[in-house]
Design a protein around this ligand. Structure first.
Ligand code: HEM
Length: 419
């Protein structure tokens, strides 16, 4: 017998000393890294209260790694993701995405269909498309010496690249603007989330039906989904939409946040910027370091399937657990000087893409996007620095990232001159 989980109603949170934290609080947002460091170093488990549920928070790398890989004890089928603002409700128990919120054998059947569509070789074919998007956005900024990073570069870049690559629609189509508004609402605006989900699902169904009438080749993701037979059965269209939503919504802000975190870092650390500009062969190392430091995924939820213990605490079937990759990635026992940017770090096994059977299906596309985008930052934004006199806000739930910031540059170098 281990220790019982604490009763949320009998504890008064005293952050950061107490292992109870309110992950929705301003305090958690503002002092996120300090709080996580304290919890990781001082407490075998930390706890978050939501609705009437006490949720253990897994902050250490080795615990997170073990749980993510033990899908028999820690299932995803009762919702692995956390959408919109649920601060007043019990943790999500309803599956939304496929294959994220499924378990074997259903999960394996879907992975067998989707994985071959997302290989490095197939995703590399999108490099030129993504380069064109970056060039187009930066051409629009030529002549300017300052710009809003999120609104004028990162958000349109992530939306155009991910929707175009996954759905095969033109990168400059008006549809994409509409899709990204719905995506934003579905993920972070609770009062519009349900309608936005419904509108996006209807639009994706239209694309699925279009592609059934006019199929493209075996490399086209929607064409393959439209005709697939998981486990030999004809799937429901509703399930195919859940996959298309996972592949698009799952790839947007996640990828853009690593880019915005890196732009902010380069604008505030001129030595790190110069090191990369002087030696572009370090780009792949820089991408891994950026993924480790600037992950936007705040939690991966699992539901316990059988009695077990974790660091001395009893867990019962039905209990929820939240794995925090942003904390595990800064675990000093695995990544010395974890808070510093170091492209020469030997251990690159961050958990930003998760681990185990649910490891991210979009990691190849994300890395290609980041390679193109980082190249643009390094070659087309000389003298990049933070604009003075601004307050930079962050958000930490349900995802973490910089909300907006402004940089100054000497110029936006035209694409032809930068190559
Ligand atoms: C830097 C960018 C990204 C990050 C940090 C990221 C992170 C993650 C993480 C942590 C998981 C595991 C979730 C869990 O175990 O509960 C995951 C799964 C997934 N990701 Fe990503 N992701 C990124 C980009 C993408 C992109 C570009 C796509 C699609 C184009 C994508 C699609 C998916 C899908 C479909 C899954 C579910 C896989 C499964 O359940 O088997 N992700 N991602």
């Amino acid at each position: 017998m281990g220790k019982k989980m604490p009763d949320p109603n009998s504890v008064v949170a005293d952050q950061p000393k107490c292992p109870f934290v309110d992950m929705w609080s301003d305090e958690y947002n503002k002092n996120n890294l300090e709080i996580l460091k304290h919890l990781r170093e001082e407490h075998d488990l930390a706890f978050h209260k939501q609705g009437n549920t006490t949720v253990p928070l897994v902050t250490r790398y080795k615990d997170l790694w073990k749980i993510q890989r033990d899908w028999r004890t820690f299932q995803s089928g009762r919702a692995a993701s956390h959408l919109a603002d649920r601060r007043y409700d019990d943790p999500n128990d309803t599956p939304v995405f496929i294959p994220l919120d499924t378990d074997p054998p259903v999960h394996s059947e879907w992975r067998q269909i989707i994985e071959p569509l997302m290989t490095l070789k197939k995703m590399e074919a999108h490099s030129e498309l993504i380069e064109g998007i970056a060039d187009d956005l930066l051409s629009g900024l030529e002549g300017r010496t300052s710009f809003k990073v999120m609104d004028e570069f990162v958000r349109p870049m992530q939306a155009r690249a991910i929707f175009a690559a996954i759905l095969g629609v033109p990168a400059d189509s008006d549809r994409i603007l509409q899709f990204s508004e719905w995506a934003q609402d579905a993920l972070i605006v609770p009062e519009r989330a349900v309608d936005a989900f419904a509108s996006l699902s209807a639009a994706l169904l239209e694309i699925l039906q279009e592609r059934r009438e006019n199929p493209r080749g075996d490399d086209d993701i929607v064409t393959v989904l439209a005709n697939c037979r998981p486990g030999g059965e004809v799937p429901e269209d509703a399930d195919l939409i859940k996959i298309m939503i996972a592949l698009t919504l799952g790839g947007l802000e996640s990828t853009g946040t690593v880019l915005s975190g890196t732009i902010h870092h380069m604008a505030t650390h001129p030595d790190d910027l110069k090191e990369l500009q002087d030696d572009m062969s370090l780009l792949d190392e820089a991408i891994e370091e950026a993924l480790r430091l600037f992950v936007n995924v705040t939690l991966m939820q699992r539901t316990v399937t059988k009695e077990t213990t974790l660091n001395g605490y009893d867990l019962e079937p039905g209990d929820k657990i939240w794995n925090l990759p942003g904390s595990a990635n800064r675990d000093e026992t695995v990544f010395p000087n974890a808070d510093s940017w170091d492209v020469h770090r030997e251990n690159k096994r961050h958990v930003s893409f998760g681990a185990g059977i649910h490891r991210c299906l979009g990691s190849n596309l994300a890395r290609i996007f980041l390679r193109v985008a980082f190249t643009s930052v390094l070659t087309r934004m000389p003298g990049i620095a933070l604009a003075p006199d601004q307050t930079i806000d962050t958000h930490s739930m349900p995802t973490r990232g910089l909300t907006e910031f402004v940089v100054t540059v000497d110029e936006i170098t035209p694409a032809a001159a930068a190559r």
